[in-house]
Structure formats: C-alpha cells, structure tokens
Ligand binder design. Structure first.
Ligand code: PNS
Length: 163
C-alpha cells in the first residue's frame, strides 16, 4: 500500500528549515503532500497562490512531493489525501507544548492518523517565518534563511510596502 503523509503549515513564507523537513520526510514515504493553510488566523504576508507557487518551485525536483492549498482541519486534509501521517518539525522545547496539544487533538479527531515529528536540523533550529519577516522588514539579509526565489519575493514585498 502506498504510504502518504501530509505536511501542513502556513508557510508564510517557507524557510530552509521547512525545506529540510520536506526533503527528509519525502524519503520516509511514497508521497508527501505539503498542505498550505488558506484560512490562517494570522494575516499572511503572502497570498495563498504566492505561498503555493514558491513551494512548488522549491520542490519541483523532488519526485514524490506535491503542494496543495487547504482550508479547515489538517486531519481532514490528511484523510482527503489518504494520508496516514501528519508531519511536523520540532525546533526546540518551546515548540513542544503547542505541537503536542495539536497532535493529541488531531488524534482525538481522527485516531487513524498519527503525527510524526522530525527534529529540525541544528542549523535551522532558530529559524521561523516570523524571523525571516522580521529581518527582512528592517532590510536585513535573509539569504541564509530562505531560497533565492523566496528572498527576492520577500524583499520585493517589503520594498513595495515601504513605497
Ligand atoms: O506553520 P504553522 O502556522 O505552525 O502551521 C500550523 C498548522 C497549519 C499546522 C495548524 O494551525 C493547523 O493544523 N491548522 C488547521 C486547523 C487544525 O487542524 N487545527 C488543529 C486542531 S487543534
């Protein structure tokens, strides 16, 4: 049977830390579906189309990864994609409480779907989309934090909001 996992997130924008999780998770399953949440509580910097497009460009050479937008619950997104697993990255102990709560809730909602946590590679342990936006909003160099395409898109956003 084909093993499918979903990797849900806001990805506003995706970082090299997310990409690291995607590359590693893709090796563990037959298909990995990256789910980009449309109705995020946070007001995103990038539209859903922009977030999906940037991810699609980054994963185009990884054969078993697909990117899809979704609305609603991650467990429902997982079921729709016939996924057995939800993948999440854990950077530090500060992530743990929220991630545990989400994983437990998701398991109550659908006991057939398990959450798999991947510990983020050490060089990305500090990294988040929020940090990327914070640095970029002050004109800082984010080229060690995101792909070149994302760097250009983020810098362009802040350039246009400053003008
Ligand atoms: O990248 P993020 O913002 O840390 O991702 C959070 C995300 C999208 C995984 C989480 O907010 C989510 O799953 N949202 C969809 C609604 C849902 O299923 N919530 C979990 C039940 S508590």
């Amino acid at each position: 049977m084909k093993r499918v996992a979903v990797y849900p997130g806001s990805f506003d924008p995706f970082t090299l830390g997310h990409l690291d999780v995607i590359e590693r998770a893709a090796q563990m399953v037959d298909e990995l579906v990256v789910g980009v949440l449309v109705n995020s509580a946070k007001k995103p910097l990038f539209s859903i189309e922009e977030r999906v497009k940037m991810l699609e460009i980054a994963v185009k050479d990884i054969g078993n990864v697909r990117v899809q937008q979704f609305n609603g619950l991650s467990v429902e997104f997982a079921s729709e994609n016939h996924a057995e697993f939800i993948v999440r990255g854990l950077r530090a102990i500060t992530d743990f409480e929220f991630e545990l709560q989400m994983a437990q809730t998701n398991r109550v909602l659908n006991p057939a779907i398990d959450t798999i946590f991947l510990t983020t590679s050490l060089q990305y342990a500090y990294l988040s989309s929020t940090i990327v936006k914070e640095v970029a909003s002050y004109g800082g160099d984010i080229s060690k934090l995101v792909t070149p395409a994302v760097r250009d898109a983020v810098m362009e956003k802040y350039r246009s909001t400053r003008e």
